[in-house]
Design a protein around this ligand. Structure first.
Ligand code: ADP
Length: 341
């Protein structure tokens, strides 16, 4: 019998997510190369009866980092314990996790780039030698206790691989980047989610929602839930293409899948900063948003869609962005400001 992962309340993915989240790796769509490498690593660990090497997942939110982290222990038939960078404020918060871990179990730390430095340092020997050096007392009375740990696998997830210190990054045996999903993959994810949610989703509607989901499964699933409500309330539960389009329009989601916040970013860049170059902090301040929100959640898709480019002097809106928002580029744009695409 596969074990049910133990999820701590702090990091428990919400119930809705749980309902749609694939339970096994074979149920996941896309990320083929990552999946192939993980399959081999998991298979080898299982055959040898050893713990799997530590794995770091990075990529924008909603692309499957937590899903991989919850599927892998099921494949290995081991327990999963989860926590997150911000929840582990001091080394004492980490110690119970490590000392209570069963042999070969998985510890998942979400947002691992937000671990405070002293906590991170405790992880080094734990990851490398499965040992904890705990310092008790202070000054001349200080003593170090070496605690042997059971072998375990650390799975870290981050939206900012670049913010991880080199010593921590280097202790992961596998580092996997999760990229955006291709259209056929998004369509398949939506088809599967529609089945689980009992939505009568037309094939052309699935494709349309996929196109408007910013290549991100979590966003696709959220939009599908809204379309289900809309269809139930207004269309007898039939999510046709027309019904789906009307629902998306009502939610302020445009033909490229951008929402109000995405368009707000582009409009700020174009209207306030003349199309750029502008620093992300300046854009965030003007929009009254946290810089992290912009750089983690908004910018990756705008960059990928070539609506914005990054230049050494800041972000620049492209001709495609002006066209999409039906605005005209500034007449006095200098060469570096002139949209390149
Ligand atoms: P992250 O941890 O990267 O923010 P999650 O793993 O929580 O993202 O994914 C968000 C949701 O998207 C999941 O609940 C799941 O329903 C869906 N999802 C993510 N990746 C996949 C995938 N490869 N196949 C199917 N559904 C996926």
């Amino acid at each position: 019998m596969p074990r049910e992962p133990i999820l701590t309340p702090a990091a428990n993915p919400d119930e809705d997510d749980r309902e749609l989240r694939p339970q096994r790796m074979r149920d996941m769509v896309g990320q083929r190369e990552v999946m192939e490498r993980l399959d081999i690593a998991v298979d080898a660990a299982r055959k040898r009866g050893e713990s799997l090497g530590h794995i770091l997942f990075d990529g924008p939110p909603g692309l499957g980092k937590t899903t991989f982290a919850t599927c892998i222990p099921r494949e290995l038939n081991v327990a999963l314990v989860t926590s997150s960078g911000p929840a582990l404020k001091a080394p004492k918060d980490l110690i119970p996790y490590l000392t209570n871990m069963e042999e070969n179990a998985v510890l998942f730390i979400d947002e691992i780039h937000r671990l405070p430095k002293p906590v991170e340092e405790y992880l080094y020997t734990a990851m490398e030698d499965f040992r904890l050096d705990i310092v008790l007392g202070e000054g001349v009375n200080a003593r170090t206790i070496n605690l042997k740990l059971k072998k375990f696998t650390l799975i870290g997830a981050t939206t900012r691989a670049g913010m991880l210190s080199a010593p921590l990054r280097d202790r992961f045996h596998m580092r996997e980047h999760l990229g955006f999903y291709a259209l056929p993959e998004m369509t398949e994810i939506l088809r599967r989610s529609a089945k689980k949610l009992n939505v009568r989703l037309a094939e052309d509607a699935a494709l349309e929602i996929a196109k408007r989901s910013r290549a991100t499964p979590r966003i696709g699933n959220n939009r599908l839930r809204w379309i289900r409500d809309y269809a139930d309330s207004k269309a007898g539960g039939n999510a046709t293409l027309e019904v789906s389009r009307a629902a998306l329009e009502m939610a302020g989601i445009d033909t490229l899948g951008l929402d109000k916040q995405d368009r707000g970013y582009l409009e700020t860049l174009m209207r306030v900063f003349g199309g750029g170059p502008a620093g992300v902090e300046a854009i965030a301040h003007t929009m009254n948003l946290a810089t992290d929100t912009l750089s983690d959640e908004v910018e990756p898709f705008l960059l990928r869609s070539e609506l914005v480019i990054r230049s050494p002097r800041g972000r620049v809106a492209t001709a495609k962005a002006y066209e999409h928002l039906q605005l005209s580029p500034p007449a006095d744009a200098t060469d570096s400001q002139r949209p390149l695409f």
